[in-house]
Design a protein around this ligand. Sequence first.
Ligand SMILES: [Zn+2]
Length: 306
Amino acid sequence: MASRLASLVLALMFAVAGSAHAALRVVATLPDVADMARQIGGARVDVTTIAEGSQDPHKVPVKPSFVTKLNRADVLVVQGLGLEHAFLPGLLEVANNPKILPEGGAYIDASIHVQPLEVPTSMNRSQGELHPLGNPHISLDPVRGKLMARAIAEGLARVDPAGAPAYQAGLARFEALLDRKIAEWERLAAPLRGAKAVSYHQDLAYVADRYGLDLVGTIETKPGVPATPAHLEELVDTMKREQVKLVIREVAYEMPLAQTVADRTGARVATISTMAGGLPGAESYVDFIEANLTALVQALPEGGPR
Ligand SMILES: [Zn+2]
């Protein structure tokens, strides 16, 4: 009897130990932080993503299935700086999972090590401002991407201390990959230095800062505010005067207007994505950065390799 009880207790202990090793259920808001969490967490994490790469992160439609995902999540990873404002606060309100709330302990904000650019001097989201905490499109610069990865690895280790060495090792592998690619991308993106460009949405601040693009304006009047005819006339005049030959259109924004602006100014359109998975064959974070930089360089008038 005693030995049967002992074996039962032993079996129970194994079961508990086994469940402790079950993969951590990670919900990532956006594809970039999802890929980073997978790269860092490996087999210790089971990552699901809310938004798709081809969507506008400012306009992700809310689906009931997101609530279920968040309700069951062990961890939530966000890109941060308010980029998920359109869908996350509402979802968290109904997900009934206190630990993944911003103060709940299992909320990982990937932006914490990044110094935001374009921080407004006054809060004016009421006027359509989508970037009240500064420009949130930090992941388009791979050097800031490294800082995001570090924040995610630290967050995972905090939530799952037993996995800390694994997350540290995963981060080291991912950083080594990024370092190698960042050196390659420095050469790839060299022709962008000093190139004047207009983008559809104001999401290239960190690319400009890294690679020296000279951003002259946006097709949107300001982030989240559609172009008005008067704004477009002014933009076209500026582009003609400053000889801007590159229009950058993010895949979530409409092509016809970007093409019209380009046609009127003799510029070319480069289609990029603001997130991994937005362009064909660019599902991973690394492939996403490479696809963007390649598209930008190839659309320059002097041409990259074609
Ligand atoms: Zn934006």
